[in-house]
Design a protein around this ligand. Structure first.
Ligand code: FES
Length: 74
């Protein structure tokens, strides 16, 4: 599914960028967008909230996974 129509960014592009570590920065949304758009800047910006939500979900899932791993080793 396309998330950004201005720069043809798909949901799977965003998830791949997150898997590649682009979400591990203080400016994760910007880093992910940059990685997915080959450096192109957002135009209308209507997709940014959706990208922000995907990044947030990814971070929550990652934190929950780390917490489970800690419980396994305790
Ligand atoms: S839809 Fe992403 S910048 Fe316009």
């Amino acid at each position: 599914m396309y998330i950004c129509l201005c720069n043809a960014i798909r949901e799977r592009d965003i998830k791949q960028a997150l898997m590649d570590g682009h979400g591990n920065t203080p400016h994760a949304v910007s880093a992910v967008y940059h990685a997915c758009s080959d450096g192109e800047k957002p135009q209308c910006c209507s997709c940014l909230q959706t990208i922000k939500d995907i990044v947030s979900d990814h971070k929550s899932t990652k934190a929950a996974y780390a917490s489970c791993k800690e419980m396994e080793t305790a």
